[in-house]
Design a protein around this ligand. Structure first.
Ligand code: GLU
Length: 435
C-alpha cells in the first residue's frame, strides 16, 4: 500500500517550507488511497518540546491535513538500538573517538589541501586496546561504513541521480552521548512502517544516498524518493533567515486562510496556476510531482494575504458559518452576500456586523446639511428593503440634480456613518431589519 510520512522535528514551529513537504506526502497518499503517517522526529531530547508537537498538530488540522497514524521516535528507541546492533554484527558500524574539535581540524586541513572534507576513517585503525584506553576518558560515537560505490536512484522530481559514496563521510548514527541521530531512526522507521514514497526538501539529497545504502544493508525496501526545491524569498535569498515570521502559526494568527495557503503551495514551483479550492480533497486529483521543477522557488508572503482575501470573498456561506454565530441564522445569507465583498480577513466580519446591529452615528458635513434634510424628506415610507436604496437615491437625484460621488457619498455618510463600506442597497436592506 502506498504509504508516506511527514516527519517534522518538534524543535520549532512548522513553517511554510515544511508545509510543502507535508502537503506533497499527504496528497500522494490520498491520491493512491494509501496511508499518511505523522512521524515526530524527537530523538533530540534537549531540543524537542511538547509545545511544538501540540502546535504542529493544530497547524496541520487547521490546514485540513489529516493523518492515519502518528508515531513518536522517542518511544521507539529499542528498535533503533536493535538495528545498530545488527550493523555492528555485520561489521558495518564502527566506533570513533574524535572530538568535534578534532573533526573540525581534519576538515580544515583537507580543505586547505583542496580535498573534499570527507571523514578519513582513522578510527578503523584503532585496535581493541586503543579503544579501551580511549573509552576511559570519553565515550565513542558510531558511524555507518559506506560501501564506496555509486548510489543511484530515479528521483520523482530531480530525475536520475547518482552520488559517489566515496565523496560522502560515513554518517554518524549514534552520538557519543548515546543520542540516536536522525538518519538511523529515519531508515529504521521508513522500513518498519512500510513507507513507499518519501518527498522532502532538496537539502536531503545526500542523506538519501546514504539512507539507501543503510536501508539495503538492513534488508529493507528502498522507498521512492523525490526532493522538492527549497523556498527562497523574493530576492532569491534563503528563507530560513526569516523563518520565524513565516510559521504556519503566525500566518493563522495574521488571518490567513488555510485553503488559500494550501492552494498556493500545491501550485508554487510547478507549471500549474493557483486554483483556489474549498477543501483539500479538491487538490488530490490534480496533484502530480512531475509538474514540479528543481529550481529554487520564490515565495512571497504577501501573496498569501492576497489569495486569502480572494478566497474569503468567494467563500460560500458554509465556509464562514462559524464566524457568523452572533448573527441570527435567517439573516446570515444576506449578511454574507453583503459582507463578503468588503472583508479582507475574517476579523473584519465583526465590524461589518456592528454596522448592521448597532446604532449609526451619521456623518453629515456642514455643507451637506440642507442636502441631507431634503434627502431625508424623500426617504420611502415603511421598513427599508432591497428596493429602498435605488428608489431613494433616484428620488434624491431627481430632486437635487446631484449625481455620482456628490450624490452618493453624503448619503452613504449619513446612513452608514462612514465613507467606505458595503454596497448601499444590500446594507439598507439588512439594516432595515435591525433598526
Ligand atoms: N526530521 C527530518 C527533518 O525535519 C525529516 C526529514 C525526512 O523527511 O526524512 O528534516
Amino acid at each position: 500500500m502506498t504509504t508516506t510520512r511527514f516527519a517534522p522535528s518538534p524543535t520549532g514551529y512548522i513553517h511554510i517550507g515544511n508545509l510543502r513537504t507535508a502537503l506533497f506526502n499527504y496528497l500522494i497518499a490520498r491520491q493512491a488511497g494509501g496511508k499518511f503517517i505523522l512521524r515526530i522526529d524527537d530523538t533530540d531530547k534537549e531540543r524537542s518540546k511538547q509545545e511544538y508537537i501540540d502546535q504542529l498538530q493544530r497547524d496541520l488540522e487547521w490546514l485540513g491535513i489529516t493523518w492515519d497514524r502518528m508515531e513518536q521516535q522517542s518511544t521507539r528507541l529499542d528498535l533503533y538500538h536493535d538495528a545498530a546492533q545488527k550493523m555492528r554484527d555485520m561489521g558495518k558500524f564502527y566506533e570513533c573517538f574524535e572530538s568535534p574539535t578534532d573533526l573540525d581540524l581534519k576538515r580544515k586541513k583537507q580543505l586547505n589541501m583542496g580535498k573534499p572534507p570527507v571523514y578519513d576513517r582513522a578510527a578503523l585503525g584503532l585496535n581493541d586496546e586503543d579503544k579501551n584506553d580511549l573509552r576511559k576518558t570519553h565515550d565513542g560515537y558510531w558511524r555507518f561504513m559506506l560501501d564506496h560505490e555509486r548510489i543511484e536512484w530515479n528521483d520523482g522530481i530531480l530525475g536520475d541521480l547518482s552520488i559517489d559514496a566515496a565523496s560522502v563521510s560515513d554518517p554518524v548514527l549514534i552520538r557519543a552521548d548515546g543520542q540516536i541521530l536522525y538518519t538511523l531512526a529515519s531508515v529504521v522507521d521508513d522500513t518498519d512502517m512500510g513507507v513507499t514514497h518519501v518527498v522532502r526538501g532538496s537539502d536531503h539529497v545526500t542523506n538519501t544516498a546514504t539512507q539507501i545504502q543503510i536501508i539495503k544493508s538492513l534488508g529493507g525496501n528502498v522507498p521512492s524518493f523525490a526532493h522538492h526545491s527549497l523556498l527562497t524569498d523574493a530576492q532569491g535569498g534563503a528563507l530560513s533567515k526569516r523563518i520565524g515570521s513565516l510559521s504556519i502559526k503566525d500566518f493563522r494568527e495574521n488571518g490567513a486562510e488555510p485553503m488559500a495557503i494550501v492552494s498556493m503551495m500545491v501550485a508554487l514551483g510547478s507549471s500549474q496556476p493557483v486554483v483556489l479550492g474549498n477543501s483539500i480533497d479538491e487538490l488530490v486529483a490534480n496533484f502530480d510531482l512531475k509538474n514540479f521543477g528543481s529550481a529554487p522557488t520564490k515565495f512571497d508572503p504577501e501573496e498569501v494575504e492576497r489569495l486569502s482575501t480572494s478566497w474569503l470573498r468567494a467563500a460560500p456561506l458554509a465556509q464562514v458559518e462559524s464566524d457568523l454565530s452572533d448573527i441570527p441564522p435567517e439573516h446570515r445569507a444576506d449578511f454574507w452576500a453583503m459582507a463578503s465583498q468588503n472583508v479582507e480577513k475574517r476579523v473584519d466580519i465583526k465590524e461589518l456586523w456592528d454596522l448592521i446591529s448597532k446604532p449609526i452615528t451619521p456623518m453629515i458635513d456642514e455643507a451637506d446639511k440642507e442636502f441631507i434634510e431634503t434627502a431625508m424628506s424623500l426617504m420611502p415610507v415603511g421598513p427599508w428593503d432591497d428596493t429602498t436604496w435605488k428608489t431613494w437615491s433616484g428620488a434624491v437625484k431627481d430632486a437635487t440634480g446631484r449625481k455620482g460621488k456628490e450624490l452618493f457619498l453624503p448619503l452613504r455618510k449619513a446612513i452608514m456613518g462612514r465613507e467606505h463600506g458595503p454596497d448601499m442597497g444590500k446594507f439598507m436592506n439588512l439594516k432595515g431589519r435591525f433598526h
